[in-house]
Design a binder for this molecule. Structure first.
Ligand SMILES: *Cc1c(COP(=O)(O)O)cnc(C)c1O
Length: 455
């Protein structure tokens, strides 16, 4: 065993929770491309966004100048219930890998939603309440976002309708039950409560639904009800902003022991956890102070950064949301049904897309799902936490980097985001354990079909 130089778990004190979020765009010399109005194809204005999203979120979405934005006391109080989250030194995993590397992970799964999504859910629910909004709508696929938002809305006393992809609500009845416990109404989508849902149902009576369909229903419901807004749990600039608490806490914790990452790794679905984890370290790079190496990891079956196009695209399958310039597989791309590892989103945050395009995120790599579950199982065994399949993409890359260090003898410091726990993903773990899980990599022709839908 290596000599123990830092605690296994570095816990910060409550008063070390950041008081301000960090807005990465303020330090980017080249800003992400503007969001466009889908009707006019012109940069979208504040006024055009206000009917859809809460006012403070719109202002944060469009804010490219203020590097730090105060976290309101009400949100901070909510954060105190489950933050600061621990930064863990993976001594046991290092020992198992016989690596000289130092591996750290920031664990965001220690709340009932089981993921980092609560960091933005709390913020968005509070801003809605402050504005006098009484009802929110959203969609959820796997269920983490719907659960996080249910918790935040329950706490702040806001009605919530969650349009949950029908197959997912049938496969994960406990997710639905958790959301209902916090007071949300869960509507399997497609439903007969919206025109979009009714149309899809009459066109395909037996359909199990899709994320795109659930978004259409949630947006329609928000726009047609009074005092109601729609909220999203990833991709958007303000969501990446809220997630900066992950990176800010990580940096403070590492600094206490004179540590700084050589490599920062995150899984990438819509980009919010990676954007938040890397934010203060990217700030150092943008300001020419430090030069860590950044790695984004995505599923081989949904490879937006590695095989997508950098183009304007809709955030949803139905094509009603604003256009964002991002790495995308096309908003009509749907990953293979045998893909169980999460991170199924077709696009990527425009901030991360820009940083990657400009070479500031050094590398994006893919991982096949069987190798992801292999890494998840190894990690669970040695670190005692059952990871979410999404998080296990980052674990896989961290393990690979640590093994490289074993070969070269370099003692690099690796930091990765452990975004959540995997209790609701046991069907996928069982499929891996029984040897039934397969890897599916889309062919170029498969991807062409998605690109064909691009503008
Ligand atoms: C939603 C989710 C992700 C992916 O979303 P990002 O916006 O890319 O962070 C990763 N891990 C977990 C546990 C999630 O719930």
């Amino acid at each position: 065993m290596k000599e123990q130089t830092v605690p296994y778990k570095i816990h910060l004190a409550e008063n070390e929770i950041p008081r301000r979020w960090y807005n990465l765009r303020a330090d980017m010399k080249e800003k992400p491309e503007p969001i466009l109005n889908p009707a006019t194809k012109k940069p979208i204005t504040r006024e055009e966004l206000l009917p859809l999203f809460c006012e403070e979120c719109v202002d944060q979405e469009l804010n490219e100048t203020d590097p730090f934005i105060d976290i309101p006391a009400e949100i901070l109080d909510f954060y105190k219930m489950y933050r600061p989250s621990p930064l863990v030194r993976a001594y046991c995993l290092e020992e198992a890998l016989e690596t000289p590397a130092k591996i750290y992970y920031k664990f965001e799964g220690g709340n009932t939603s089981g993921s980092h999504k609560l960091n933005s859910a709390a913020a968005q629910a509070w801003y809605a309440k402050k504005q006098g909004i009484t009802r929110l709508t959203t969609e959820t696929g796997a269920g983490q976002w719907g659960t996080a938002l249910s918790m935040a809305c329950g706490y702040f006393g806001i009605d919530l309708d969650v349009y949950m992809v029908k197959v997912s609500s049938e496969q994960k009845p406990y997710r639905k039950a958790v959301m209902e416990t916090f007071g949300a109404r869960v509507i399997p989508s497609p439903s007969d409560t919206t025109a979009a849902g009714r149309k899809i149902l009459s066109d395909n009576p037996g359909t199990g639904g899709s994320l795109g369909c659930a978004i259409s229903e949630a947006v329609e419901a928000a726009m047609s009800a009074g005092n109601c807004r729609y909220v999203l749990g990833s991709v958007l600039n303000h969501v990446v902003l809220h997630q900066s608490v992950i990176g800010l806490e990580s940096k403070t914790a590492m600094e206490k022991y004179g540590e700084y990452p050589d490599i920062v790794i995150g899984c990438a679905g819509g980009g919010s956890n990676l954007g938040g984890l890397m934010a203060p370290f990217m700030r150092d790079r943008l300001r020419g102070e430090r030069n860590p190496y950044f790695i984004a990891v995505e599923p081989a079956s949904c490879p937006s950064l590695t095989r997508g196009r950098y183009a304007y695209d809709h955030g949803d399958t139905a094509g009603i949301t604003p256009l964002m310039k991002m790495y995308t597989l096309g908003s009509r791309f749907i990953p293979s049904p045998n893909h169980a590892g999460g991170l199924r989103y077709h696009g990527m945050s425009s901030i991360l897309s820009k940083l990657y395009h400009d070479g500031l995120i050094d590398e994006a790599r893919t991982a096949g799902q069987t190798s992801v579950f292999e890494a998840a199982t190894l990690f669970a065994k040695y670190e005692g936490t059952l990871p979410a399949p999404e998080s296990a993409h980052a674990i896989k890359a961290a393990v690979d980097e640590a093994v490289k260090c074993r070969e070269t003898g370099e003692a690099k410091t690796i930091l990765f985001g452990l975004t959540g726990t995997g209790y609701f993903d046991m069907a996928a773990y069982m499929s891996y354990k029984s040897g039934q899980m397969t890897d599916y990599i889309p062919t170029d022709e498969d991807l062409e079909a998605g690109f064909a839908g691009l503008l």
